[in-house]
Ligand binder design. Sequence first.
Ligand code: ADP
Ligand code: MG
Length: 334
Amino acid sequence: QDVVNKIAAGEIIVAPVHALKELIENAVDAGSTGLEIVIKDGGLKLLQITDNGSGIDREDLAILCERFTTSKLKAFEDLTSIGTYGFRGEALASISHIAHLSVTTKTNGSSCAWRAHYGDGKLVPSKPGQTAEPKPIAGRQGTQITVEDLFYNVPSRRRAFRSASEEYAKILDLVGRYAVHCAGVSFTCKKHGDSNMGITVPANASTVDRIRQVHGSGVANELIQFKASNDRWGFKSDGWVSNANYSVKRTALLLFINHRSVESSNIKKAVEQTYATFLPKGGHPFIYLSLEIDPHRVDVNVHPTKREVNFLNEDEIIEIICDEIRTSLGKVDT
Ligand code: ADP
Ligand code: MG
């Protein structure tokens, strides 16, 4: 059974960035307003994320890494909406099958923090000879998740990684997306033992300032906002796009659907075409787009390496959004 679990986990988590995405989403779901991320060897040696969210109850620690353990299924409705995002209480379980996982957590009501270690879905001792029970320690409210030696038991996968800096670049790209999107949340991301921050975004930064922190003033100074919504198709959206004074070599699309970072080649193609009409000599947009759609209309195809999303009335919705982009771009003198 462990072998099956290990294989299944390795299919979903192909690179460190996939594990980190789940951990970031968990921290945000827990109502955190601050996330600190530390990475070693591109995440293969260490992925550590510290949040200041709700924390996890002591009683829930024993089953935390069992499959289908989730605090997010309050109604059938929730099941369908969370279900669209691939995991249903499977992320921590999966990670525990292919890495050494430890959790330090404190809820508001608890007088101390608790630390627990996991392997293959279960509590394990931190050192041989000790008990597997969680240990009380001092700590602040929130949760720290430490993932060490990812793929330690999947040598073929481990060997597939050529460079830590490539993996770190993917991690910065992902953290940068959430840092732009999550208003009211501070983010830091750095390499272990390095005093330089890869990413720093304060909690109170505006969206434009978030983009400035992550992508620089060059683009942040040339952004225009667009909003679109339609009751019939059950969506609303908010976004920023670079005006025709600032184009990039390859389209940068920061896309969120219902607050999850996803991919959509249809949206990408459409916004590229819309943008191209403003740039006769070529060039591509930088675009941040947050789309909220009735979750029942969204379908996420969980492919190991990409999360391609489709939704009902896609053509109509994309058309409305692109109209707004066209109108906004048309108002800017270039
Ligand atoms: P899911 O997010 O689908 O519920 P996960 O395996 O990602 O499944 O997490 C399992 C459960 O662990 C969550 O439902 C949540 O209750 C708890 N949890 C995980 N990470 C955190 C965190 N950072 N803060 C608070 N609770 C957490
Ligand atoms: Mg989760």
